[in-house]
Design a protein around this ligand. Structure first.
Ligand code: PAF
Length: 283
């Protein structure tokens, strides 16, 4: 039977008992509405540690849009069942008051890392992510924490957070998990209408073609082709497509400007914001 933890004090007791017994703990932070992508993180955490703790907390301060927060899917019973079946031993499900007993006024600045792409289109988002992840690390005190590469920029920011504040946790990046038709798994996918769900895999198909085009065309051509292709698909509203360094996340103008060049995309479809990325070229 998995342990459900609701308060910081209980979480601290749990962390202390795991560490006291000389065992290791892997941590998977989530906002719930779990899918196979989250479960892949839980499985990896269980392979590499004695214990896995998953948190389920829809973090209000990382939503820059009220409607997005209200519509964010919440499926706690199903989540607990999935975690139990995956063998996750403990789930931290705090209330908003438990996480934020006082007014929050921390401000992080990660330089260009939180200014480009998601940082530019979702003001305040990464500040909210950094605040909650730092608090979660302090509460859970895991040895390792697992994050998906779908939120590639978030991963870069969390690595920087850990480096800057010397938080004693190892960050483990895990590959994007896709549906059979290529759509990157996301909690938001459950908000797509049946018709939009059928269209959504065209995001990844476009990225795959971009990777082919990147072998023979320059950066400007590929960028323009992807944006025009996405715009031409009925219902698709691309928010951005950026070709950037996988290391610094800064935009590149030439393929040889970075060891790994990635394509990062966000498309709105039927009021749902879908994010994806792909490695376009590697030196
Ligand atoms: O990736 C997410 O689900 C969230 O941003 C995270 C890391 C759980 C913080 O709320």
């Amino acid at each position: 039977m998995q342990k459900i933890i609701r308060t910081r004090a209980e979480a601290a007791d749990f962390a202390a008992s795991v560490r006291f017994s000389g065992k290791t703990m892997g941590f998977v932070p989530t906002m719930g509405a779990l899918h196979e992508g989250h479960l892949s993180l839980v499985r990896k955490a269980l392979q590499e540690n004695d214990y896995c703790v998953t948190s389920i907390f829809v973090n209000p301060i990382q939503f820059n849009n009220r409607e997005d927060l209200e519509k964010y899917p919440r499926t706690p019973e199903r989540d607990l069942q999935m975690l139990e079946e995956a063998g996750c031993q403990a789930v931290f499900m705090p209330s908003v008051d438990e996480m934020y007993p006082e007014e929050v006024n921390e401000h992080y600045d990660f330089g260009h890392l939180d200014k480009v792409m998601e940082g530019a289109f979702r003001p305040g988002h990464f500040n909210g992510v950094a605040i909650v992840v730092k608090r979660l690390f302090e509460i859970i005190q895991p040895h390792k924490a697992y994050f998906g590469e779908k939120d590639y920029q978030q991963l870069a920011i969390i690595r920087e957070l850990v480096r800057r504040y010397q938080i004693p946790v190892k960050i483990v990046a895990c590959p994007i998990v896709r549906e059979d038709d290529g759509l990157a798994m996301s909690s938001r996918n459950m908000r797509l209408s049946a018709e939009d769900r059928r269209k959504a895999p065209q995001i990844y198909q476009t990225l795959l073609t971009a990777r082919q085009l990147a072998k023979e065309h320059d950066v400007a051509f590929v960028k323009n082709w992807v944006l025009e292709t996405l715009k031409s698909i009925e219902g698709f509203e691309p928010e951005y497509f950026e070709i950037a360094s996988g290391e610094t996340l800064l935009p590149v103008n030439h393929w040889d400007e970075a060891d790994t060049v990635m394509g990062f995309v966000v498309v709105w479809l039927g009021g749902v914001r879908l994010i994806d990325n792909i490695e376009l070229r590697r030196k």
